[in-house]
Design a binder for this molecule. Structure first.
Ligand code: G6P
Length: 369
């Protein structure tokens, strides 16, 4: 067991620390910086269908659904195709409108989630083109699709998904870049910039992992609280959801993720001097707005833990705790900003004596409804 964990105390921690490598593996052979080529066999198989697609529908559950939300931003931004992201369990039972011009992408680490598989079969029966993004090679979802892309993150043992999420986002970013290039919605210059940036992500993740000791100290302060709120906007909104899910799953602390601007329509009522609020406030197009959201939390004495871009000089004056992550392009920021949140949930869960790798009531893959 301890050999399998590679010297780490838990599989989850090992998998968090494997991310520089697993992200690299998920783009290996697909992103060729020297020649400037993107090679995705799954995309090539459906190239024409992606070019002509009226709509892309993403079906998934849990953490994979959060990767799907990131893809909604990515594909709409870079490829200008409307995207809908659906919980597979809702999609399959609500008589969805699906046409032959739709592409349905199923995202699943295990490739065995019953609801995701059923949603995919339904879409297939209605004539949609189906595309799978799975981690487990030869899994049911991978076999049910004619084309797709494996995430190549390696086996994920911890029930709470970490490296599978960043591998999914990497593959989805590559896919959005391929579609954008082919549809002409992404200029060569912008594409080149993004390729260089994506290539640098493993190094930036490596740097973000150095926050571990600092996050351990922050975890000490908050390990006994009953509630947490996570806020983010734009590309960091799905990251807020994912941070909250990680904490719920393994520490059993109630946590909610919210789009920061939506806070005023509800969660703001919960904020008092006992409420920790994790705000993901990296340098991007919504930065100024997130700073205002931080002020709103501060005015109500909420305890702010901010994830900021290195060198930020504004937010440290407003937050109780600040963790700095390296700068990256807005469209790739989830790959970096999620790292401190994974570590925060991990350390809090360990301090609370929880079974991190096998949390109560949860399964690694849910093969029944
Ligand atoms: C379970 C796991 C989650 C996972 C979800 C979807 O709930 O505990 O970690 O995100 O299933 O699994 P999938 O294998 O389809 O990505």
């Amino acid at each position: 067991d301890s050999i399998e964990k590679g010297g780490y105390e838990h599989f989850m921690l090992k998998e968090i620390f494997e991310q520089p490598r697993s992200i690299l593996d998920s783009m290996r052979g697909r992103l060729e910086l020297e020649s400037g080529h993107l090679n995705m066999a799954g995309f090539r198989a459906y190239e024409q269908k992606f070019v002509n697609a009226h709509r892309i529908i993403i079906v998934a559950c849990g953490t994979s659904w959060h990767a799907g939300l990131v893809a909604e931003y990515l594909i709409e931004d870079l490829a200008r195709i409307p995207v809908e992201v659906e919980y597979a369990s809702e999609f399959r039972y609500r008589n969805p409108v699906i046409s032959e011009r739709d592409i349905v992408i199923a995202i699943s680490q295990s490739g065995e989630t019953a609801d995701t598989l059923a949603a995919l079969e339904l879409a297939k029966s209605k004539g949609a083109t189906i595309f799978g993004i799975c981690n487990v090679v030869g899994s049911s979802i991978a076999r049910a699709t004619d084309a797709g892309a494996y995430t190549h993150a390696g086996p994920e043992i911890g029930v709470a998904s970490t490296k599978a999420f960043t591998a999914q986002v990497t593959v989805l970013a590559l896919l959005a870049m391929c579609i954008g290039q082919r549809r002409g919605t992404l200029s060569d210059t912008k594409l080149r910039e993004l390729m260089v940036e994506l290539h640098s992500i493993p190094t930036k993740v490596e740097k973000a992992l150095k926050l571990d000791a600092e996050i351990q100290r922050i975890s000490e302060t908050f390990k006994d609280v009953p509630n947490f709120l996570y806020l983010g906007r734009g590309y960091n909104f799905p990251v807020a959801l994912e941070g909250a899910l990680k904490l719920k799953e393994i520490s059993y602390i109630h946590a909610e993720g919210y789009p920061a601007a939506e806070m005023k329509h509800g969660p703001i009522a919960l904020i008092d001097e006992n409420m920790p609020v994790v705000v993901i406030a990296t340098r991007d197009s919504s930065y100024e707005k997130v700073v205002s959201n931080i002020q709103e939390v501060k005015a109500r004495k909420g305890r702010i833990i901010a994830v900021v871009t290195e060198g930020d000089t504004t937010i440290p004056a407003m937050a109780e705790f600040v963790v700095e992550v390296p700068y990256t392009s807005e469209v790739l920021v989830p790959l970096v900003s999620v790292i401190p949140l994974q570590l925060l949930s991990y350390h809090i869960a360990v301090m609370r004596g929880c079974n991190v790798d096998q949390p109560r009531n949860l399964a690694k893959s849910v093969t029944v409804e």
